[in-house]
Write a protein that binds this ligand. Sequence first.
Ligand SMILES: Cc1cc2nc3c(=O)[nH]c(=O)nc-3n(C[C@H](O)[C@H](O)[C@H](O)COP(=O)(O)O)c2cc1C
Length: 452
Amino acid sequence: MSASGMMHLGAFFHPTGNHVASWLHPEAQLDAGTNFRHYVQLAQTAERGKFDLMFLADAVAVRGGDLQALRRWPQYMTFFDPLTLLAGIAAVTRHLGLVATATTSYNEPYTLARRLAALDHMSDGRAGWNIVTSSNEDEALNYGRDAHFGHAERYARAAEFVTVVRGLLDSWDDDAFTRDRATAEYFDPAGLHTLNHRGPHFTVRGPLNMARPPQGHPVFAQASASGTGLDMAAQTAEIVFSPLHTLAAAQAFSQDLKARAVGYGRTAESIKVMPGLNPILGRTASEARDKQAHLASLIHEDVGRSILSTALGGVDLSGCSPGRPLPDDILEAGLRHGRSEGRVVVAMAREGLTFREVYQRFGSARGQNSIVGTPDMVADHMERWFREKAVDGFLIQPSVLPVDLDAFVDTVIPILQDRRLFRTEYEGSTLRQNLGLARPASSHAGHRDGPG
Ligand SMILES: Cc1cc2nc3c(=O)[nH]c(=O)nc-3n(C[C@H](O)[C@H](O)[C@H](O)COP(=O)(O)O)c2cc1C
């Protein structure tokens, strides 16, 4: 549980919503991905609901696959890059944390450190960075490579990338810029540190051409699923968004992750577990179920085939009939790819669902945990997981945007507030303060060693 005794909430804005068929819903913002005013509205609604943060996913390529299916599923085929978008959002919000995904596989640490520092300054300390190693393999093709880095190399590069970013953000001591007209000295050279990093993946002299950000460094987030990824999260992440589907699994995950973090010399409170939650709300439970069924019915068969094929590591599902169960040899082949999404799909199929039922259920939540019911039922679920120390909060993934964010803010947030589970006013002015996270001291704090 957090120090404030309150849960933390993030809002995940897939352009038209979390649901695969969200764009077909009449209340979805049809051109969401490139509509700035849409995101302004979402951010302001999240801030009205006192969310800790808004979160944006990213990829540096369009999604690959069969155009027959892709043309019916526009998500992330046309959308803003998160750091550019959040720079605009910073100007129209005051409290909301602004968390951008950016890949360590197809970026340079200097460029990214500079952009993250800029967002933190522009927002007065509300920036966050979701550290990913790229799940879209096609990104490699836009960055001078024929294939994506292997998993181990991806994470080795990511670890070095983060070290360099941290080092660059510490280029200037917090008080290095004295800006003293009386002495005509703008900065104190003793407060400037040149990184001189040379490693297997990056060579970066530094220093960064920007003052240390208000938060020291932006809040670091991760959403890994593999052992390597979780180990890196235990070392560096301050928020973890990995999907969790049952109370017991979430408790085990949190305990394990926090124990690993403690093993790295951190405190259990310095890492917040906030898995995705997709609430499907209705005034009654049956209205919520009808809404879920309606959204599921909007998923085109081509799209269903494509999402399940991707989740199962690219297996060919062209011969499978929607009204029949998925054949066991295909499920086994999918499991061998070792993707966590694949395990979710196989578990659903083994409950005896047909191919159509699996893609309808999986496509609705997109690998996240869906809670279908009244605002009280959703709040009950959240309360239970929070009180039973399974999570520090949730990353809310509304199905259809903007309407389902409005519904959550108008109906679930007041219940959580009445139960003293969620804030009624922001505690601080930075994202760190609202999350109850300490501001990291500079690696040079206490020893002024002058320009390197
Ligand atoms: C909530 C959430 C958001 C994610 N956002 C992105 C993203 O924007 N870009 C990306 O490349 N991967 C994203 N991922 C994928 C993860 O970063 C990670 O690569 C994936 O869970 C597999 O973990 P592993 O690399 O440890 O095997 C996201 C995962 C989750 C659960």
